[in-house]
Every structure is written in structure tokens, then in C-alpha cells.
Ligand binder design. Sequence first.
Ligand SMILES: [Zn+2]
Length: 164
Amino acid sequence: MAAAKKPRYVDVSNPSLSVQCPNCGLQTARFIDYCRNCGYKLWPSSAIASAAFTAWRDETPGRDEVSRYDLALPGPQVDTTVDYGERAHKLGIHIFPNSNYPFTICVGAFFLALAAIPLDSSARIVLAVIGGIIFLYGVVGWVLIEDVRMFPSDAPQTHGEAQH
Ligand SMILES: [Zn+2]
């Protein structure tokens, strides 16, 4: 069965995944039976094209990850991770630090919202005080402590400009 499926002509030494269509001249996937641009039949059937692709892929170890719909082999893996904090710092853009304090602020806001419910006035005051304390704790922690720690240069300078 494997022998019957084997394609008769496939140049496995050619590393290209794309081919110039003999009909329209545009680049198209080499192992798809029809040209993507004009529909010209490149292979007798999809099964034969697929078998040719399998034979081509198994020939060289580096071809395991490619799809027959690809037009080119994937290039070397490039680390595209960007340190946005570092970049922003370099560009002088102030971004808020990664922080858990916004959750604290939300918890405080939740209690403040509960205090807005027309309940018994003493219960509302207690809720407002609890919410206010948690809310302020979050704001102070985020804006005044973490932010200043992350951007020491942005902190207000007590000397320098004042001496002018
Ligand atoms: Zn074509």
C-alpha cells in the first residue's frame, strides 16, 4: 500500500516549498494540487500531492514542522519578546507598574458601592470607612510606593529645580 501511494516524481533534494506556476508564473505552494492563483492543476490529485509532500518532508529532518500549505520553510526561531517596561523607560514614557494593587482598589470600590445601598446609616458608614481605607491603601500602594520604586527618576525632586 505504501508503495502504491508513493509518488513517482518528486525532487526531494529541492528544499523549496513553493513553485512558480507554469500557467500564471506566480509563486504557489508546491505540494497543493492546484495553483492558488489561477487554479492550474499542478498534481494529478490531492492524494498524490500529499504523498509527494510526505516523501519530501521525510527526506530531511528539518522539514518536520512545515505544512504543505506553507510557501517557505520557517526561518530560524527569533526571540520576539519585547521588554515594554524597559523600552518605555528609554523613551521616557511613563507606564504604570505591574501590580496587584488594582485588585485592592477594586475591593475597596466594592465596599464603597455597598455603602451606596440605602441601608441603616450606621452600616453604611462602617462600609464606607472599610471601603475607603482599602481603596486608599490600594491607591497609595500603587501610585505612591510601587510607581515611585519603579520610576525613581520621575519622583519629584526636592532639590535641583527648586534652586533655580
Ligand atoms: Zn497559476
